[in-house]
Design a protein around this ligand. Structure first.
Ligand SMILES: [Zn+2]
Ligand SMILES: [Zn+2]
Length: 263
C-alpha cells in the first residue's frame, strides 16, 4: 500500500511550531512513502497567513531535508492557499515562478474573519449556506489543484451547531464537485476531522461516495498535521475507506501534475 500524507504544516505556517526535520523523521517512523508540505498562505488582508511565509527559507529547508532523508522518503513542495479567489492577480504576482508541486485550496475565512468568528450568533443554515457559497469559488481558481477539507466548517461548528444535513446540501455539494471534476481538479480526504469532536473525515464518507458516483477520480490524502504526533495519522484508514468506496487510485503531484498510485 502506497502511503502519502499530502497535508503537513511546519513552523513556516503561523499556527505550527514544529521544524521540518522533526516532521520528516516522524513521517519515516510512520512508514509514509511520500509527503507534501502545505504551508498556509493567503493574500487576503487581515488573514493570519498573509505575509507570514518566507519562501526562500521554506524552499531551502525542503532541499536540505531532501538531502538528509534521501532514499527514505519522497518530499514535495506544496502550499495551502486560503481563499485564492479573493485576489488572483495578487496571487499571480506572488506565486509566479515558484516551483510548487501542489496547490491546496481552502476556505478558512468568511467575510472579514475566520470561520469560528463567523459562526457566532448565526444559525446552522446561514453558516453552511455561506460556507458552500465560498467553497464553490475554489473550483474555478487557477491556483487550486485540490480542494482541501471540503466540509471543514464542521470542525468549528459541530460543538455549537451540530452537523450539517448532507441530504439538504446534496445538490449544492454535487454542483461543487462537478465544477472540480470539470476543471480537472481533485479533492482531499483530510483525516484531521477524525481527531476533532465530529469524528469524521473531511469531507464525510457520503460526500466521497457522491464524488465517485458523478465521476470524481482525483483524491489526495492528508493528515493536516501541525504537530509531530499527527503526521501520518489515519492515512491507512483513509486509503482503506477509499478502496471500499471503489476508488482504484490515490494521487500524488509533481510540478502540479497529478500522478495516480494504485491502491
Ligand atoms: Zn486548512
Ligand atoms: Zn492545513
Amino acid at each position: 500500500m502506497y502511503l502519502s500524507d499530502y497535508h503537513i504544516h511546519t513552523n513556516n505556517s503561523f499556527d505550527s511550531n514544529e521544524t521540518m526535520t522533526v516532521m520528516c523523521e516522524q513521517a519515516i517512523v510512520e512508514g509514509i512513502d511520500e509527503i507534501c508540505f502545505t504551508e498556509h498562505f493567503s493574500v487576503k488582508e487581515g488573514s493570519k497567513s498573509n505575509g507570514f511565509i518566507d519562501f526562500s527559507k521554506y524552499f531551502s529547508e525542503i532541499n536540505a531535508c531532501r538531502d538528509i532523508f534521501k532514499g527514505k522518503i519522497t518530499m514535495k513542495m506544496g502550499i495551502e492557499i486560503g481563499e485564492p479567489f479573493e485576489d488572483e492577480y495578487k496571487l499571480s504576482c506572488e506565486l509566479t515562478k515558484l516551483p510548487f508541486d501542489f496547490l491546496l485550496g481552502s476556505v478558512h475565512n468568511i467575510g472579514f474573519g475566520g470561520i469560528s468568528r463567523y459562526i457566532e450568533g448565526r444559525d446552522n443554515k446561514e453558516i453552511w449556506d455561506a460556507y458552500f457559497k465560498e467553497l464553490s469559488k475554489l473550483s474555478s481558481s487557477q491556483y487550486v489543484d485540490v480542494v482541501a477539507h471540503l466540509d471543514l466548517m464542521k470542525r468549528y461548528s459541530y460543538d455549537s451547531h451540530g452537523n450539517y444535513s448532507y441530504e439538504y446540501y446534496r445538490d449544492v455539494i454535487a454542483e461543487v464537485l462537478r465544477g472540480i471534476i470539470k476543471n480537472d481538479k481533485g479533492i482531499e480526504v483530510n483525516t484531521s476531522g477524525l481527531r476533532s469532536s465530529v469524528k469524521e473525515t473531511m469531507p464525510s464518507i457520503s460526500v466521497l461516495k457522491l464524488y465517485k458516483e458523478i465521476g470524481g477520480e482525483i483524491v489526495t490524502i492528508g493528515s493536516d498535521a501541525h504537530v509531530k504526533g499527527d503526521v501520518g495519522r489515519d492515512i491507512r484508514y483513509a486509503v482503506n475507506m477509499l478502496s471500499e468506496l471503489g476508488f482504484k487510485y490515490l494521487y500524488t503531484y509533481h510540478q502540479r501534475q497529478p500522478i495516480a498510485k494504485k491502491i
